[in-house]
Design a protein. Structure first.
Length: 561
């Protein structure tokens, strides 16, 4: 049971005036429609900071407040309460001193729980209020450094396990905990890389690879075999590449793990991509699309036929955006079919086909088969060749809404790319409704965010990229405060936590159609689109930097690489 209702939270914030009334009303309605916790929704939308809402609620309740993000919690204190109990009761022991044991609680008036803790620790308990959002974020501290936990334990068992069954506890536990540790740290990929004398395990977090663990080379075969068993791959094959899939549960969440194993000079390298059901819950707004861009895409999605293309390099979130669109379009009165390689998320009510070259089930062949399944909406994972492009365009011409991805650097380049695939200009002009180009930027960690103003050099660099005056409410760029993370425990001292998308959305209007028919190049198309009001990815990123969602360094890193 919640200690304080959403209505009460709404009244407290309204009274203080921290959020504009119209924005607060919209947020409350959106949280209700999405069945999200109101406080958590406000924090995730960057409308209020967790410590601000925590302080407001504690003042209203007349109890002490603790900002867990600023507390140095040692493992001995933390483990006074077991993780399973802490998670179930939404509590964190954050300090023990001469006053007693200090406990952060979502409900500091739960006297039964306070008495239980006092009995367990044999000391006086001092309850403090903290938001559920902060408490949940602190649970990650229970996960000891995987390096510390296994560098000694697994190495010690390595020789003993060398001749043992692969199901022996150390290796089974190691692999399971790699999954758990990766999931807890929001890693998208896990790399297990054999070197001459050791194994490197690396996680990709927010698009950046980090070294996590170094193990003895002697247990490589056991780890790889364990993963092959879970992915239902051949354990006796080590000289050719294999792909598979593991379905497991981590912290009660279903996680699909795509497995790729390839032989390299020092053994077999494993790369695993983690796909949780949380990923398919994103909306376009959650991904960072807003304003004019969002309206254009929503308008194109409502049309009964035509094409919507998502473009960008590998790992830029193209497929996730298409899933968000499918979620928007999914209803019982339409038949939605997909052809993907691989199927990243299982979507309820959607007919999904996995590409399989071994059985000649290619994108083109699968697309032909889908057209005989009476579809209203078709998603093609990727347009890779002329044949697939031709079928997709013809499908869009014959009354189907087609969603697909292309590997191009920006939205405008997608149009000449289709022409290169031997699609006639008049077909491109009459079928493509809208093109979304995107990148993923790291979000600033909200627990250690600080503001600053630009130096003269930074202002000059910025002016070389965009017309700054077009985006400013103040007369001087030097008056604007930008943001960055200074680094803290919560973000592993990176200054970033999570990611946000930047977009440019190109609407195919009459002006653009004329350029397509004239076989104009991408620069001419982009110039005209900007004249028509298109916001470039860099400009969208700049707006998000001013809003405190990301940094200027991230925008340059991602858009200029």
């Amino acid at each position: 049971m919640k200690i304080i209702s959403d209505e009460k939270i709404y009244k407290i914030i309204s009274k203080i005036g921290l959020i504009e009334p119209e924005i607060l009303d919209t947020a409350r309605q959106a949280a209700k429609e999405k069945n999200k916790d109101f406080v958590e929704f406000l924090i995730k939308q960057d409308l209020i900071k967790s410590n601000e809402i925590g302080q407001l609620v504690s003042n209203d309740l007349h109890v002490k407040y603790v900002n867990l993000g600023k507390e140095q919690i040692d493992s001995m204190t933390l483990n006074l309460i077991p993780e399973i109990v802490a998670r179930k009761q939404n509590i964190i022991v954050f300090k023990r001193d001469e006053e007693g044991v200090k406990v952060a609680m979502a409900d500091p008036f739960d006297y039964g729980m306070i008495k239980m803790i006092e009995k367990k620790v044999g000391d006086k308990v001092l309850p403090y209020f903290s938001t559920e959002y902060d408490i949940k974020g602190t649970f990650s501290l229970y996960r000891k450094s995987i390096q510390q936990e296994y560098a000694t334990n697994i190495q010690k068992h390595a020789i003993k396990a060398q001749g043992a069954n692969v199901e022996s506890v150390p290796v089974v536990k190691l692999v399971d905990d790699i999954f758990s540790y990766a999931y807890t740290n929001h890693a998208s990929d896990v790399h297990i890389e054999p070197e001459d004398k050791e194994i490197k395990i690396r996680f990709r977090i927010d698009g950046i690879l980090y070294d996590v663990l170094t193990l003895s080379k002697s247990i490589l075969e056991l780890i790889v075999t364990r993963i092959k068993i879970l992915a239902k791959l051949r354990t006796d094959e080590s000289r050719s590449a294999q792909d598979g899939k593991i379905i497991t549960r981590v912290e009660g969440e279903k996680v699909d793990i795509r497995v790729s194993i390839v032989p390299i000079t020092h053994g077999e390298k494993v790369v695993m991509r983690l796909l949780s059901s949380k990923g398919k819950q994103f909306s376009l707004e959650d991904l960072g699309m807003s304003g004019r861009d969002l309206k254009l895409v929503q308008k194109a999605a409502k049309r009964p036929y035509g094409m919507i293309l998502s473009t960008g390099p590998t790992g830029s979130g193209k497929t996730t955006s298409l899933y968000a669109l499918i979620k928007l379009l999914n209803s019982r009165n339409v038949n939605i079919c997909t052809i993907e390689d691989p199927v990243e998320y299982d979507l309820e009510g959607i007919n999904q086909i996995q590409v399989n070259p071994k059985t000649n089930l290619t994108f083109a062949q699968g697309l032909r088969s889908l057209l005989r399944q009476d579809p209203d909406i078709i998603m093609v994972g990727e347009i890779r060749d002329e044949e697939t492009a031709g079928i997709a365009v013809n499908s869009a011409m014959t009354g189907h809404l087609v969603l697909s991805t292309l590997h191009t650097n920006d939205a405008a380049t997608a149009l000449p790319r289709l022409l290169d695939m031997k699609i006639e200009p008049f077909l491109v002009a009459s079928t493509v409704n809208v093109i979304m180009a995107q990148r993923l930027l790291r979000r600033i960690c909200m627990k250690c965010i600080i503001s600053y103003t630009l130096t003269d050099k930074e202002i000059e660099d910025l002016k070389s990229e965009i017309d700054i005056n077009k985006f400013l409410d103040t007369p001087k760029i030097s008056d604007i405060r930008f943001y960055k993370g200074k680094g803290c425990k919560a973000c592993n001292d990176s200054g970033y936590s999570g990611r946000v998308g930047i977009f440019e959305v190109l609407e195919i209007n009459d002006n653009i159609k004329e350029l397509i028919l004239a076989r104009a190049d991408n620069e001419q198309i982009k110039k005209k689109a900007i004249e028509n009001g298109m916001t470039t990815m860099f400009e969208d990123g700049f707006n998000k930097a001013v809003a405190g969602k990301t940094t200027l360094e991230e925008i340059f890193r991602v858009t200029k690489q």
